[in-house]
Design a protein around this ligand. Structure first.
Ligand code: BGC
Length: 776
């Protein structure tokens, strides 16, 4: 100690001597905080800025020098041994720049399947394995936290970012998210579960107020986050852009602290979404520890608030402590020597395999699939040739390649109709040329997909005579910044004609037609699904998409996915469609930076969640509405029977055992779903049935069976009672229903359930400021 004092004295440094000796590696977090200046604390609570957006605050090159193309970094304080840690998107893989200035190496990442596809596997082990592979790329490319998973609820089929999200059901969302988080974090890197919460639309996402009852929040929109937080302990949570009942979510203490930390026991760090929220001192108070990517006004506002006493420095210290705890866990802090060489080949195999398991076979008349005796294929539809790997925006991945369906088929040894291929290539090239710079294409939003081309009937006859089968791909592009349009849900006239005419020509020759859907969210199917022989929803399966589809078409692999969202007959059938902003012009106002009061008065935009808890199948099933494909639906190449299950009570859990048997002639896996109906469903205003848990069998050979055990904690049977601010379980006879989908219940078992009540804080109601404004 004496030596250090002498050295410091000789150098005449202004920094207190003790502080010089403090470092995050050696001292406690309290000691580090004591050694920090106010300026350092505030800087740590905001990021290093984003060049072009953050004025002088931007530490130019901060992220670029560490991992180019990552979304952001935390502020480094070298004198205290606090490194900048790197935060990068997520969720279909790591999003960083594939090339670097003056560097011949490439830094491509694996584009894995979109979140929706992963959820449709209903396989937490598979999702965990995908997470392990993605997390390995995060680690080996030198990032510290992956900004994923994204688990907002599919409230409406047209939300632009549904492809990143998992389901209309919170249990599926939460369980899949937890498996993903555990996989990523097993690499010693972090995750950020996002967007917390109620970010269910892209339109006006920074100035839109989600007006939602506390009950719907608790039962539908927060539940998945609760499961993920409790089961997987994500290092960080990302708050959302939107308002919730009149207040920005990132400024709500009741959300970020009372509920998240108090009720759910979360002890990690919360960061904003990029440029989210307005009132920086209030974000600090709310428990939103870090503001990303950081702006000078935020710095000024927080410093001023501390100096004036409006913000207690102890709050800043609390937030700083959480950030430091996160930093201490990172590979960068712990000196990990990353290779910049993850095993991309091995990960390509992981994505190829996982994409298969989330594909949903919607129709398969007379076992049209897997294809038999097929050598020559006639391949239709733009996206057969230009396959879509995933969505756009921050959920995109800079991959080295995308295998199209055409390439996948060629790799599998099929001969595609060469003339048709030429025509499609020429058509797609000509559109690309003509549309350059038009058609919405810009750095954020890619060009819209061209319409399907018209085919001459003579050509069709020739193709049908020549090929053994017709494959038609219908594709959709969706992404961040804008919601899908209703025209994106429905088929164009040309697409309808394509299905009709190809089917007529091939059926006339006794040949089959398969439609493949390369989409990020449901489209209209009811009006045309009778026409082709088979329909395979392949989703957007990542960079190996075409190979994965070929694997399923040939029977090298089999589909075992089921839908995690209802496919309505018409878009308008969804209860939420009454209050969802469709067909608005795409706008760039996702970057709006309007001061709060102006937002409320001038630009205030709100979405009343009038359907309340009746989201997805909870609505369709409770109100007896027909659907095109129900929640939980999906065929297989084989068939399964369910033996009579039984239900028993073990402590606080209800346990259902059911034997599932492969009754068909090929191997397969079955997703088993457990729904519960409350005794006085109607009177208590509960959905007719709700999914409580699920499981997937292992691979079963013909004749093989497996006993599946489904466990439901008694507490999960409660509903949220707003008047009492409590989770309340009505006593009586509940029906435990084992189903192959929400509309295919194989057995219903009665079980007696006792009354229960668990009071919680009354929170998340309507902001009084908004109430006042509304009354005017
Ligand atoms: C998105 C986040 C993303 C962040 C950083 C935002 O626009 O909403 O999901 O993590 O950008 O790229």
């Amino acid at each position: 100690m004496r030596k250090i004092i002498i050295t410091a004295a000789l150098c005449g440094l202004a920094i207190p001597v003790l502080a010089q000796t403090v470092s995050l590696a050696k001292n406690t977090i309290d000691e580090v905080i004591k050694a920090m200046t106010l300026e350092e604390k505030v800087k740590l609570c905001i990021g290093t800025g984003m060049a072009g957006f953050s004025g002088d605050q931007a530490v130019i090159g901060a992220t670029q020098n560490l991992v180019p193309g990552a979304a952001g970094t935390s502020y480094p304080i070298p004198r205290l041994g606090i490194p900048a840690v790197v935060l990068a998107d997520g969720p279909a893989g790591l999003r960083i720049s594939p090339t670097r200035k003056d560097d011949k190496n490439t830094y491509y990442c694996t584009h894995f399947p979109i979140g929706t596809l992963l959820a449709c596997t209903w396989d937490t082990t598979l999702v965990n394995n995908v997470g392990k592979a993605i997390g390995n790329e995060v680690l080996e490319y030198g990032a510290d936290v992956l900004l994923a998973p994204a688990l907002n609820i599919h409230r409406n089929p047209l939300c632009g970012r549904n492809f990143e999200y998992y389901s209309e059901d919170p249990v599926v969302s939460g369980k899949i998210a937890a498996a993903y988080v555990k996989g990523i974090q097993s690499n010693g890197v972090g995750t950020s579960i996002k967007h917390f919460a109620l970010n269910n639309q892209e339109t006006n996402r920074m100035s839109n107020d989600a007006q939602v009852s506390p009950r719907a929040q608790r039962e539908i929109y927060l539940k998945g986050f609760e499961i993920a937080v409790k089961e997987s302990k994500p290092w960080t949570v990302m708050s959302s852009y939107n308002f919730l009942n009149g207040k920005y979510t990132s400024e709500r203490t009741d959300l970020q602290t009372t509920l998240l930390r108090g009720e759910w026991g979360y002890d990690g760090m919360v960061m904003t979404d990029w440029f989210g929220g307005k009132d920086a001192p209030q974000q600090m108070r709310a428990g939103n520890d870090m503001l990303q990517p950081g702006r000078p006004e935020q710095y000024d506002a927080i410093v001023a608030a501390v100096k004036s006493g409006a913000l207690d420095e102890s709050i800043l210290n609390r937030n700083v402590a959480r950030i430091l705890e996160m930093i201490k866990k990172t590979p960068r802090f712990n000196g990990y020597q990353f290779s910049n060489k993850p095993d991309l080949k091995a990960h390509a195999a992981v994505t190829r395999r996982s994409a298969v398991d989330g594909m949903v076979l919607l129709k398969n008349d007379n076992n049209a699939l897997p294809m038999k005796g097929v050598k020559k294929v006639a391949v239709y539809g733009n996206t057969s040739y230009d396959f879509i790997a995933g969505g756009f925006g921050s959920g995109d991945v800079n991959r080295a390649y995308t295998v199209s369906l055409l390439e996948g088929l060629k790799n599998a040894g099929f001969t595609p109709d060469a003339t048709l291929q030429k025509e499609y290539t020429a058509y797609l090239d000509s559109i690309k040329e003509a549309e350059k710079g038009k058609n919405g294409g810009n750095m954020f939003i890619p060009m819209a997909l061209p319409d399907e081309m018209t085919l001459a009937s003579a050509d069709l006859d020739r193709q049908a005579a020549n090929a053994d089968i017709a494959l038609i791909t219908l594709g959709r592009k969706s992404g961040e910044f804008l919601d899908r349009q209703s025209s994106d849900f429905y088929l164009t006239e040309n697409a309808r004609k394509l299905i009709d005419e190809v089917s007529a020509a091939f059926h006339a020759k006794g040949k089959k037609v398969v439609v493949i859907l390369n989409i990020g969210g449901p489209i209209e199917t009811a009006s045309w699904k009778n026409t082709p022989d088979a329909i395979l929803c392949a989703w957007q399966g990542g960079q190996e998409g075409g190979n994965s589809v070929a694997d399923v078409l040939t029977g090298k692999a089999y589909p075992s996915g089921k839908l995690t969202m209802t496919w309505p007959i018409r878009y308008e059938d969804h209860a939420s469609s009454k209050n969802f902003p469709i067909d608005m012009k795409p706008s760039m106002n996702f970057m709006n930076n309007i001061p709060r009061n102006e937002v409320l008065v001038k630009y205030f935009d709100y979405t009343p969640y009038e359907e309340d808890i009746y989201v997805g199948y909870r609505f369709f099933d409770s109100f007896g509405r027909d659907v095109s494909y129900p929640f939980g639906y999906g065929l297989s190449y084989t068939t399964f029977s369910y033996d009579q299950p039984n239900v028993s009570k073990d402590g606080d859990n209800y346990i259902v055992n059911v034997r599932v048997r492969n009754t068909g002639s090929t191997k397969g896996r079955e997703v088993v779903q457990l729904y519960v109906s409350a005794p006085d469903a109607a009177a208590a205003n509960k959905p007719t049935q709700e999914l409580k848990t699920f499981a997937k069998t292992r691979e079963l050979k013909p004749g093989e069976s497996e006993v599946i055990t489904l466990t439901v904690p008694a507490a999960e049977l409660a509903s949220f009672d707003e008047a009492q601010s409590a989770w309340v379980t009505a006593p009586g006879t509940y029906m435990f229903k084992v189903g192959a989908s929400s509309r295919d219940i194989r057995a219903s078992l009665p079980a007696e359930v006792e009354a229960a009540k668990r009071p919680v804080n009354s929170i998340l109601g309507l902001d009084t400021e908004l109430q006042r404004l509304k009354r005017k």
